[in-house]
Design a protein around this ligand. Structure first.
Ligand code: NAD
Ligand code: 4TP
Length: 324
């Protein structure tokens, strides 16, 4: 076990973040010490809490209570009803978590879900999600979003943009950088020395020879060929609809897709309870559960902590591997 805890940001306190943090601590205890940053008043009543002032104290207390670095918020947390007054606190907690891992006080960062629109409306949050905000906090790092589960790893080459913008945003340079960062992440964080990467076409049937779209013919094939010449083990452009069945999945270590839903629908369908969102390309490890704030069930005790537990475990494993 490492000598440092994983840092867990509270996420949206009106979502399921606080209750799944408490459940994750009950499940993991001292076996995987983590520290929750947030307002203790937002945790479910009855949660056994130990307020600490340094992350290292979590190593001593995680067996008996949930270690908490207190971060007072402006308002109480009403389940399912985000208070705009709390938006700044949510954003600041993420930044505080990044600061702790950048300074080496935390082994890795796991983030609980945020509600992007609530943050934009409440505090003018200028980023579409954690991924882009973390890249900014890390000094403009080039990053990619990977969702990982035992059955599948996927990477959307374009992330939080409108579908109508995808054909313009999905360029040879974006594909090239996504391949590079994905391959490096698979080596560094997943221990796969010569990763096999499948690339989905943009269009139905990967364009069907140009009759259903031309991006595959006009640039994707050439770019993939050039990347193969550089040593990357790539297949594609593949028709996206037939690259996620079991036999197809056995032929690659990660699938790069052109846009968000092309990548995230298969993994959330196959592995919603165990999928983990990983940001590759940062100077620190960041994971997150694969689900959102789930306002519809917040506060009623039904939230499943398994994806958060998988995210904490993966963060600890990657953090320990990077620490050597
Ligand atoms: N890592 C993140 O910060 C993250 C990830 C995904 C979505 N989001 C955000 O969350 C908000 C809500 O998104 P959404 O409604 O599309 O997706 P969601 O994942 O919040 O909810 C989708 C459905 O799954 C259920 N669900 C989700 N997590 C669950 C859990 N742990 N246990 C049991 N049921 C669960 C919900 O009740 C809901 O019916 C959006 O603002 C979105 O941007 C954030
Ligand atoms: N696109 C992610 C998903 O749908 O699961 C989610 O919005 C999280 O993104 P960030 O980690 O960038 O917040």
């Amino acid at each position: 076990m490492s000598d440092r805890p994983v840092i867990l940001s509270c996420g949206d306190p009106s979502g399921i973040g606080p209750e799944i943090a408490a459940k994750a601590w009950e499940a993991l205890g001292a076996s995987l010490p983590f520290v929750w940053i947030g307002d203790p008043a937002h945790l479910p009543r009855g949660t056994s809490v130990r307020e600490i002032s340094e992350p290292s104290e979590a190593m001593t207390h995680a067996g008996s209570a949930l270690p908490v670095l207190p971060h007072p918020f402006e308002a109480a947390a009403l389940p399912g009803k985000p208070d705009p007054a709390n938006a700044k606190g949510v954003i600041d907690v993420i930044a505080r978590g990044v600061d702790l891992v950048m300074r080496g006080e935390g082994l890795a960062l796991t983030t609980a879900p945020i509600h992007k629109k609530a943050l934009k409306d409440g505090a003018g949050f200028a980023f579409p999600g954690h991924t882009e905000y973390l890249a900014h906090l890390a000094g403009g790092a080039k990053v990619v979003m990977m969702l990982a589960a035992p059955a599948l790893r996927v990477v959307p080459a374009t992330i939080h943009i409108a579908l109508s913008e995808v054909p313009r945003a999905f360029t040879p340079a974006v594909l090239r950088e996504t391949v590079r960062i994905t391959a490096e992440g698979l080596r560094l964080d997943f221990g796969i020395d010569n990763p096999r990467i499948a690339i989905a076409g943009l269009n139905p049937h990967a364009g069907e020879g140009g009759v259903m779209g031309r991006e595959e013919l006009e640039w994707m094939q050439d770019e993939i060929e050039a990347l193969r010449d550089e040593g990357f083990a790539l297949s594609g452009p593949l028709p996206a609809d037939t690259m996620f069945h079991a036999a197809a999945r056995s032929r690659y270590d990660a699938a790069i897709c052109a846009y968000h839903d092309q990548a995230l629908i298969p993994i959330k369908t196959l592995a919603f309870d165990e999928g983990v969102n990983v940001t590759l390309g940062l100077p620190f490890v960041r994971t997150s559960p694969d689900h959102g704030t789930a306002y519809d069930i917040a506060g009623n005790g039904r939230a499943n902590p398994s994806s958060l537990i998988a995210a904490l475990k993966l963060a600890a494993q990657m953090g320990a591997a990077r620490a050597g």
